[in-house]
Design a protein around this ligand. Structure first.
Ligand SMILES: [Zn+2]
Length: 373
């Protein structure tokens, strides 16, 4: 599951003498991939639900989280932040149960990937009525009992907000990374770091050198070594067989290691699926340099934990013929062992970014739009 972000919607106005309260909502925003007997179905979902059950407030933030700009909670934010009491898992199960009711067939395998988890605080004013402070509209009739804020645990903002450290743990240099970047880069000692629960952890990184000019951008991919049980999928010869590639298996292919590949950046579900399949089939292995590239890098905003969720889906997307998926998917188990962040060079064209070695293209507009996913 992705790491959480604490963000909030800004209140519309501040009436005198009314309490500003922030109500927490879990938001699932991401891709759902369902393996059905007819193939893989992709859907993009953006849904939210109260993280603290209360009849006083709307059950979800509705379209507000899509239409309004979300802000990272700042330490000087005024108001009372109610603490979430429902675990995300339970809210997610409710979403999926509802979603799966509409499926046109048995679900052989399902995974959800993306910025799966975030906590959104929506502001309300509490006076005689409860006012939605974003829409500036009452959400309740006049309250017949006093609204006791103390029935919810919470507090002012500083009770839980942690800030991402941006100094390199190795050399103390200021690191670079956009606000949504999950991996920070230290230009000074050329190391890369990700913030995990246990603190800043160094990420092993490599790149395939491209042309050193402004027409090259490096896109990040997760390369994952995994053990597969239930199907022979351990080396390049296995890949050729499972994918039914129109190639004659060469001697030595059974000694070439096999890795799962997938984008380390957000992109629309269909492109995610296509890139995952194309790069995994290509198995980039030559000329990998064990350091970050010098050129422009696209930021990593899909964490390794999400990429791991997609391993079985990745395999299902490769197996040919399609009906073999139905026959085998249930008994297949994929266990990740190691991972590496690999940057591949893409040539910048007018509409597309093109990886010329593997003949893989991504629409530029799609990639920039994906920043809002
Ligand atoms: Zn450093």
């Amino acid at each position: 599951m992705a790491q959480g972000y604490f963000r909030y919607l800004l209140p519309h106005h501040a009436p005198e003498g009314e309490d500003l309260v922030y109500v927490p909502y879990w938001r699932f925003k991401g891709m759902v991939f369902s393996c059905l007997p007819s193939g893989i179905q992709t859907r993009f979902l953006d849904v939210s639900r109260q993280a603290v059950p209360s009849p006083f407030f709307p059950a979800s933030v509705g379209l507000r989280s899509q239409a309004m700009k979300l802000h990272f909670v700042s330490p000087d934010a005024k108001g009372w932040f109610i603490k979430p009491t429902l675990p995300f898992r339970r809210v997610m199960d409710t979403f999926l149960t509802r979603f799966n009711r509409g499926m046109p067939g048995p679900i052989l395998h399902q995974c959800h990937i993306g910025e799966s988890l975030s906590l959104i605080y929506a502001p309300f004013y509490i006076g005689k009525k409860i006012i939605d402070a974003v829409l500036n509209q009452p959400v309740s009739a006049e309250l017949d009992e006093t609204f006791e804020l103390n029935q919810f645990s919470g507090g002012t903002v500083d009770w839980r907000i942690r800030f991402m450290p941006t100094l390199c743990p190795n050399c103390g240099w200021d690191m670079q990374g956009r606000r949504d970047a999950l991996i920070l880069y230290c230009k000074n000692c050329e190391s890369m770091w990700q913030a995990l629960k246990q603190g800043m952890t160094r990420v092993n990184v490599a790149h395939m050198p491209g042309d050193e000019d402004e027409n090259t951008v490096y896109l990040p991919f997760w390369r994952i070594k995994a053990d597969v049980v239930g199907m022979a999928f351990n080396n390049f010869a296995d890949l050729a067989k499972v994918a039914n590639l129109p190639k004659v298996v060469q001697p030595g292919w059974n000694r070439l290691p096999l890795h799962f590949w997938g984008p380390a950046f957000k992109v629309r579900p269909h492109s995610f699926l296509r890139l995952t399949r194309q790069i995994t089939l290509a198995q980039p292995r030559d000329h990998l340099v064990p350091q970050a590239p010098k050129g422009a890098m696209h930021s990593v905003n899909l964490p390794i934990s999400e990429s791991i969720e997609s391993l079985k889906l990745n395999l299902a997307g490769i197996i040919r013929p399609n009906k073999a998926v139905e026959a085998h998917i249930a008994e297949i188990q994929v266990t990740p062992r190691r991972y590496l962040l690999v940057y591949l060079p893409f040539a910048v064209h007018h509409h597309d970014l093109i990886q010329t070695t593997f003949n893989v293209a991504i629409n530029r507009k799609q990639l920039s739009l994906a920043g809002n996913l």
